[in-house]
Design a protein around this ligand. Structure first.
Ligand SMILES: Cc1ncc(C[n+]2csc(CCOP(=O)(O)OP(=O)(O)O)c2C)c(N)n1
Ligand SMILES: [Mg+2]
Length: 433
């Protein structure tokens, strides 16, 4: 526009032209992947500070990687939680069941039984091992990729499948996107599709728990991409200011749908390092090492329970599969990332550890996997009797107006009547109202 001065750098000007850096992932489809420059450190190589430690005295733990399970499949160093074999087998069992559940539900979506599903393949340790380190009544505020917590807490699989199918057995009455569970009895807060909202909610719940003089702490899980949301930063501020009894778990699986972690800041520093600016304790952990996940979460839980302060934990892991059933990762990342990923598979690593201890073998593993698949198959059948997507066996349409007000206000009554009439016109006698 002629009447406005052109503020861009001109040719001949001695001022450098300003430029932005737009992050670009290292590898795209078809590229060969080389992780040799990734510093994963040694299992057992990180110190374990006192749980009441001043965040200032543990800065290096936000940059290294807390690891316990070594290449030799043995546990190493001060972070070894020294769990007994029975507990380790239970952990492996929850992981096997979660994997079997994911496989079945993914196929269910492909068969048209539900509209949507999200797997957590490769990230099982970040939810299951960490959840085992908490008390069963500590309040959890997960994202959509922590189905392992519900499985670990013994939530009935049939309730999960009813919710995924939005059928007449769905306790949430079809009002939530499939996989966005909620269970007060399991201290599992309703999952929200709006990223990172759970983080200030967890901090607020933890603050309320402290105000009431309760002993329960809160923990939240959020993806690395979601840490770019303002909510996450408000959560960190409140947690630090009020010394809230809370654990902020950041699951860094390196992808946020098709955006790589660089867009949330991973090219500049670690996600655990976010802790430093807020004065939180920060730990960076091998997220595919179930023992390290357990040990870090227990450290943070003990710290919170003793009023010693909140902790931000980064679980460094890899999203082995697509973001959801609506995604196709072959369009934006190299398939070799998964195969070359140096931290391996969390289920295999835990299994190999138990074998190295002389407490497990391949036959028992096969049996465990077979039983898990069988349990999921049987439960799926039971849930299907309550209905699947599109078969009409959902909660009646009119119920969407219920449960908000004790007594339905007149304008909602009118809206409900109108909506039901319109539906009768659109689907004459066809659909259940
Ligand atoms: C506020 C908000 N913005 C965007 C989205 C769309 N969205 C859903 S999941 C997702 C990626 C999140 O990635 P990350 O936080 O890394 O978690 P991950 O899926 O890897 O577990 C996006 C952008 C949303 N649901 N809410
Ligand atoms: Mg992610």
């Amino acid at each position: 526009m002629a009447d406005r001065p052109d503020t861009r750098s001109q040719a001949g000007s001695n001022k450098p032209a300003l430029a932005l850096h737009v992050p670009e992932p290292k590898y795209r489809p078809g590229d060969s992947v080389d992780y040799s420059d990734l510093d994963i450190g040694e299992a057992g190589g990180q110190p374990r500070p006192d749980e009441a430690c001043d965040p200032k005295d543990m800065h290096e733990l936000a940059f290294g990687l807390v690891r316990v399970l070594g290449e030799d499949n043995k546990a190493h160093g001060p972070w070894d939680p020294k769990l007994d074999p029975e507990t380790l087998r239970a952990m492996l069992g929850h992981m096997a069941l979660t994997r079997a559940f994911d496989e079945r539900m993914f196929r269910g979506q492909r068969q048209g039984k539900t509209s949507f599903y999200m797997k957590c393949t490769g990230e099982e340790a970040t939810s299951i091992a960490s959840s085992m380190a908490l008390a069963a009544d500590d309040m959890v505020f997960p994202s959509y990729r922590q189905q392992g917590i519900l499985i670990q807490r013994g939530y009935p699989l049939i309730e999960m499948i009813n919710q995924i199918y939005s059928n007449k057995g769905d306790k949430l009455k079809g009002r939530q996107l499939p996989i966005m569970y909620s269970s007060r009895d399991h201290s599992f807060f309703s999952i929200s599709g709006n990223l990172a909202t759970q983080t200030p909610q967890a901090v607020g719940w933890a603050m309320a728990s402290a105000i009431k003089g309760d002993s329960r702490i809160a923990a939240t899980w959020v993806g690395e991409g979601s840490t770019a949301e303002g909510d996450f930063h408000s959560a960190c501020t409140f947690a630090a200011v009020y010394n809230a009894p809370v654990i902020l778990n950041v699951v860094n699986n390196q992808w946020a749908i098709s955006s790589f972690s660089g867009f949330a800041g991973a090219e500049r520093t670690t996600f655990a390092a976010r802790a430093l600016g807020y004065g939180l304790a920060g730990l960076r952990v091998d997220g595919n090492d179930a023992l390290a996940c357990y040990a870090a979460e227990r450290w943070a839980a003990n710290r919170a329970r003793a009023n010693a302060g909140p902790t931000l934990i980064e679980f460094f892991t890899y999203r082995a599969e697509g973001h959801s059933t609506s995604d196709d990762p072959t369009g934006y990342r190299s398939a070799q990332e998964r195969t070359e990923w140096p931290l391996g598979d969390p289920v295999m690593r835990l299994k190999n550890h138990l074998i190295a201890l002389g407490e497990w073998d391949e036959e028992r593993q096969d049996e465990m996997d077979r039983k898990a698949a069988e349990k999921v198959r049987e439960t799926t059948k039971q849930a299907e009797a309550n209905g699947i997507l599109g078969h009409g066996l959902h909660h009646p349409f009119r119920t969407m107006f219920e449960d908000v007000f004790e007594e339905l206000p007149w304008h909602l009554k009118e809206q409900a009547e109108q909506a039901i009439k319109e539906r009768e016109i659109k689907f004459p006698g066809g659909l259940k109202l």
